[in-house]
Design a protein around this ligand. Structure first.
Ligand code: PSV
Ligand code: MN
Length: 393
């Protein structure tokens, strides 16, 4: 890396020191495809053990101090006890993810189901998630609906939107002053013809009607190939409606691979929008969450790698020479403007991140340090018997 100016270096290091990435409890459980789940050893058997794994990620990265929960996968009797357990291990509980997609009743939809009884059941679950947020102190309720139809004519597209908006309004009214709802969109799967919240525009329209406490969450895997995600980021930021990200990578559909693995350049471009709008800092209220599954690779290690991938993309985005870029843009110098961006992208930021970790009192090699720590061998020996957590448990 060419020598950075001291002022650039300290600015970038300060921003990276304050950066926060939220891990997902389900990333530590067994997962797979509809064809096969290959079980791994040492997998957590309950939410407490998932939190221990998340705390381990934070211990070696220093920037992942919260973990998101998924209800009912992480249902416990006493959420205050779960929060206290997390705190003891040096992490906090983050977003509460609702789940209205894994019950037989939801075959034709949850909050958009034509059957009022099923809609009421789904709404009761969403309200229960807000009750849980009260107990855990979580700020964000993440809503993703698998609702949709498979065949033209199966149900009225407009009526389903009415039912959706009715349910969202009821949940919105239940939110406390410091709580938000983050509405997630996904263009298909499991519904194949119409998905009721398929894109950012639909999510945005509902959030706009609801009010300030409703924002859109961008799951990077939930787009058609070639979608310009940084454009969506820019538009939502401009409207004050970007609540956060579910980071992951996709090659084909919603692959849930490690963020930054499939397309590190895309992640860089997304982080450039974040940095240029000055909303990287936690006070800006954008939640940078991981939503991934580690089907083949060792899970804790993969989550550590994912956090590092986000840090690398962010460091590169922070290195964009904003003045030079603005000047080139103003001058209409297409290639110079592109060069400024590519210069930052091509910078090897790994030495800088090693320095960051040294500043934070961490090992400069988080994955190596984790492997040497013996954590995995310990949990592998301890977590024998019981039911390994898995997608849906
Ligand atoms: C849906 O595909 C999704 O991205 C939502 O965020 C869910 O809650 C999550 O995946 C569960 O894996
Ligand atoms: Mn998601």
């Amino acid at each position: 890396m060419t020598e950075l100016a001291p002022s650039t270096r300290s600015r970038v290091l300060a921003a990276l020191r304050d950066q926060r990435v939220e891990t997902a409890s389900w990333a530590f459980g067994n997962s797979g495809t509809r064809f096969k789940v290959f079980a791994q050893e040492g997998v957590p058997r309950d939410p407490f053990e998932k939190i221990s794994d998340a705390a381990t990620v934070h211990r070696f990265t220093g920037v992942a101090p919260t973990v998101a929960l998924h209800i009912p996968w992480d249902k416990v009797d006493d959420y205050a006890a779960l929060a206290a357990f997390a705190k003891e291990r040096g992490v906090g509980l983050g977003a509460i993810n609702s789940n209205v997609f894994q019950d037989d009743d939801y075959k034709l939809g949850s909050v958009t189901n034509p059957d009022a009884r099923i809609r009421a059941k789904a709404l009761a679950h969403l309200v229960e998630c807000v009750d849980i947020m009260d107990a855990t102190g979580s700020r964000d309720l993440k809503l993703w609906f698998s609702d949709g139809t498979n065949y033209p004519g199966q149900d009225s597209i407009r009526n389903r939107q009415d039912r959706l908006s009715e349910a969202l309004a009821a949940v919105y009214d239940r939110l406390g002053d410091d709580q938000r709802m983050l509405l997630e969109y996904k263009f298909f799967e499991p519904a194949f013809y119409v998905t009721d919240v398929p894109d950012w525009g639909t999510a945005y329209a509902h959030c706009l009607t609801l009010g300030d406490k409703a924002q859109v969450v961008i799951d990077t895997g939930h787009h058609a190939p070639g979608t310009n995600i940084e454009f969506i980021v820019a538009i939502l930021l401009r409207a004050g409606k970007l609540g956060g990200f579910d980071f992951n990578s996709r090659f084909y559909a919603d692959d849930d691979l490690m963020v930054g693995a499939a397309d590190p350049f895309q992640l860089f471009r997304i982080m450039c929008e974040i940095v240029s709008a000055d909303v990287l800092k936690p006070e800006a209220g954008i939640a940078f969450m991981l939503d991934q599954c580690h089907n083949l690779e060792p899970k804790i290690q993969a989550v550590i790698r994912s956090v590092m991938n986000v840090q690398e993309a962010t460091a590169k985005a922070l290195l964009v020479d904003a003045d030079a870029l603005a000047a080139a843009q103003q001058n209409g110098d297409v290639l110079e403007a592109n060069d400024v961006l590519m210069d930052a992208y091509h910078t090897d930021v790994r030495p800088l991140l090693r320095d960051l970790r040294a500043d934070l009192g961490l090992d400069s090699d988080p994955v190596g340090a984790y492997k040497r720590s013996g954590y995995y061998e310990t949990v592998k020996a301890e977590r024998v018997g019981g039911n390994a957590a898995g997608w849906g448990a």
